[in-house]
Structure formats: C-alpha cells, structure tokens
Design a protein around this ligand. Structure first.
Ligand SMILES: CC(C)(COP(=O)(O)OP(=O)(O)OC[C@H]1O[C@@H](n2cnc3c(N)ncnc32)[C@H](O)[C@@H]1OP(=O)(O)O)[C@@H](O)C(=O)NCCC(=O)NCCS
Length: 167
C-alpha cells in the first residue's frame, strides 16, 4: 500500500537520500529540512510505501518507506512551493500531482492569493506537472543555477479550491 502523510522528523533520514540523488549539487542538508519542519508556516508531506523497492528503495523506519515528498511555505498573500520529488521507480504514476494538489489545497485554506515556484528551464517533467495544474511561466532568471542553467518562475493565480486530503 502507498499513501500520503504529513512529513515528520523520522522521515528526514530517508528524504535526505532522495534529496541527494534527485537534486545533486542543489540538495538541501538534513539541518535545512529539520528547520523547515520546525516552521509554523510550512506544510510538508511524504509518500510512503509499506513495501520495499529493491535497488532504489531505502530502509523502512517502521512508518513505511519514503518514496516521495513535497512542501510549501505559506505566507499570505503568497505561497511558495519549496520542493517536490518522487523516487524514480514510482515516477509517472501521479504521485507528484497528488502532492502538489495537497499543497494547493493548503495555500487555499491559508487564504493565499497566489502560489509561486521556481523550476529549471530544462526540467520538462516538472514543467509538465506544474502546467497541468494551471501554473504559468511569469519570468525567466538567466543562469540562476549556474552558467547557461536558467530558472523559470511559475505562478498559480487564482488558487483553485481542490477537494483533497492527506490520509
Ligand atoms: C518532476 C517529478 C516530481 C514528477 O513526479 P511524478 O510522480 O513522475 O509526476 P506525476 O506522475 O504526478 O505526473 C504529473 C505530470 O508530470 C508529467 N510527467 C510525468 N512523467 C513524465 C514523463 N516521463 N515525461 C514527461 N512528463 C511527465 C505529466 O505531465 C504528468 O501529468 P499527467 O498525469 O496529466 O500525465 C519527478 O520527475 C521528480 O521527482 N523529478 C526529480 C526532482 C525534481 O525535478 N523535482 C521538481 C523540482 S521543481
């Protein structure tokens, strides 16, 4: 069984393994993730599986194996998507979409007027994910991640009311 739950401190160790694998040089440290979870305006979720996933699976902690995560910073009138990631073996099955829908619902509940995020201009999967949820590109930051590595700033406004909940 796979399900989405609020992220707790005991998930951080597993999240860090995916963070290094999926974000490489821009990966957050465990200290940054601890700090994020401690902040009141943040909402973080994990996708957890009660199965092991072989080669790219991580050791279970008693609360399932983390196979995805996402978070948002809620500072009305704005909300900022902090991160979204799904383990390679489970990509393409709708888990990122589900995670971002939860973040959108949190932003709506917090009375935010818009959601912003930044994404690498060459990250086609992420761009498709966000565009599919209604985000639009509003700016480009040239060489933001390094020479020739541009960032796109995307915005969702107005924020739709979505009927979702993390079980
Ligand atoms: C980007 C990422 C989070 C998408 O996760 P995912 O679970 O595969 O995404 P989903 O299955 O929910 O798919 C959502 C949308 O993404 C797009 N998408 C998913 N897999 C895709 C693929 N193989 N090729 C192109 N687009 C794809 C589709 O538009 C899909 O919409 P659909 O469901 O209407 O078809 C994932 O690829 C990932 O973790 N990448 C590495 C970390 C990263 O880049 N994070 C984003 C930082 S801004």
């Amino acid at each position: 069984m796979i399900e989405v739950r609020p992220m707790r401190w005991w998930h951080i160790e597993q999240v860090m393994v995916w963070e290094k694998q999926l974000f490489d040089s821009t990966a957050w440290s465990a200290a940054q993730m601890w700090s994020e979870l401690a902040r009141e305006q943040r909402r973080y979720y994990v996708v957890v599986s009660d199965e092991q996933f072989g080669a790219d699976g991580q050791g279970a902690t008693g609360d399932g194996v983390v196979v995805g995560y996402a978070g948002i910073n809620l500072l009305p009138p704005d909300a900022d998507v902090q991160t979204v990631a799904v383990a390679p073996s489970l990509q393409g099955r709708g888990w990122a979409r589900r995670l971002v829908e939860l973040l959108i619902a949190d932003a709506a509940e917090a009375d935010c007027a818009q959601i912003l995020l930044e994404v690498r201009a060459d990250n086609d999967r992420a761009l498709q994910l966000y565009e599919g949820l209604g985000f639009e590109v509003i700016a480009r930051r040239t060489s933001y991640y390094g020479p020739g590595e541009d960032a796109l700033i995307m915005r969702l406004r107005p924020i739709p009311m979505l009927a979702v909940d993390a079980s």
